[in-house]
Design a protein around this ligand. Structure first.
Ligand code: PLP
Length: 286
């Protein structure tokens, strides 16, 4: 496909990615995944704001870099046009850029590498039921700055693939006996009609979908407590579900072979699923 790389629209095979890219050598990069429905990007400004925050989080905050990041928005629109895509996932990535010699010390005049790729994807059926999944509980051995949407995804990928190889659909992560989130989605629980989810205290990625779904819940007068669920209390919850840009609202029917309540999507998850689907319909005029 044609990708956007450092201001140009070029075939991906022609992109001149340096072997000395610090994004590869040191993991110095941040990213976003955004979803386009019916040729309309969903919550794009929220994703751009989070990208700018992530850039500041890895010390890439000079005006040129922030301006280059803002170019991703029009660049994405152009990628959709070039490929004539209505349903797409758009990946954004900014890395610190190539620098010689390889050195821990930042080198002057290093220019960040700015990438956007648009991937075709299947349309969603906004009238249908939510997808469902199962999960296994694994240690959250990520670093202390999970609020940065960093390309350093090794712990996430190890956990996710361990879960999939064991036959589960998702990896739920726990740190010090508290559930933080999933390897690539946020986790929410319902007990006695109240949503419990880990606070945005830096130890989770504050998902754009998480924020949207919590707003929907508040508008629907569903009580929300941003407090982590202890793993010892997993057997007391009535519902569990994941949220994310590609996950939408996905009820978790079992965790480590223990059914969650009656192993059916619960009423709160269903209500939030339908509300999110309506929101997507409204914003993207499906
Ligand atoms: N948490 C993690 C660790 C993620 O990687 C993701 C998305 O990729 C999310 C949560 C969900 O975030 P969003 O709703 O912005 O897609």
């Amino acid at each position: 496909p044609v990708v956007y790389y450092n201001g140009e629209f070029i075939p991906s095979s022609h992109a001149n990615v340096s072997v000395e890219e610090r994004g590869t050598l040191f993991g110095e990069g941040v990213y976003e995944v955004t979803r386009v429905y019916n040729a309309h990007p969903f919550a794009l400004d929220e994703h751009l704001e989070r990208l700018l925050n992530s850039l500041r989080g890895i010390g890439l905050k000079d005006p040129q870099t922030l301006a280059a990041a803002r170019e991703l928005k029009p660049a994405s629109a152009q990628l959709l046009e070039i490929h004539n895509l209505a349903e797409a996932l758009v990946y954004w990535q900014i890395t610190r850029g190539p620098a010689q010699p390889r050195s821990f010390l930042y080198q002057p005049n290093t220019r960040p590498s700015v990438l956007a790729i648009a991937y075709p994807t299947q349309p969603i059926n906004t009238a249908g039921p939510p997808p469902t999944t199962t999960a296994t509980l694994l240690p959250d051995d990520r670093w202390a700055n999970c609020w940065i949407k960093s390309t350093m995804l090794l712990p996430n990928n190890l956990a996710y693939n361990q879960a999939r190889e064991a036959g589960f659909g998702a990896a739920l992560l726990q740190r010090h006996g508290l559930i933080t989130e999933a390897s690539n989605a946020n986790a929410m629980f319902v007990r006695d009609g109240k949503i419990l989810t880990h606070p945005d205290d830096g130890k989770i990625l504050n998902g754009i979908t998480r924020q949207i779904v919590l707003n929907h819940a508040r508008n629907l007068n569903i009580p929300v407590a941003e407090q982590p669920l202890p793993i010892a209390e997993l057997n007391t919850v009535d519902e569990a579900f994941l949220t994310g840009t590609t996950t939408h609202v996905t009820p978790v029917l079992a965790i480590d072979d223990q059914p969650v309540a009656d192993a059916k999507p619960g009423p709160v998850a269903l209500q939030l699923h339908h509300t999110l689907m309506n929101d997507i319909n409204t914003r993207c005029r499906i």
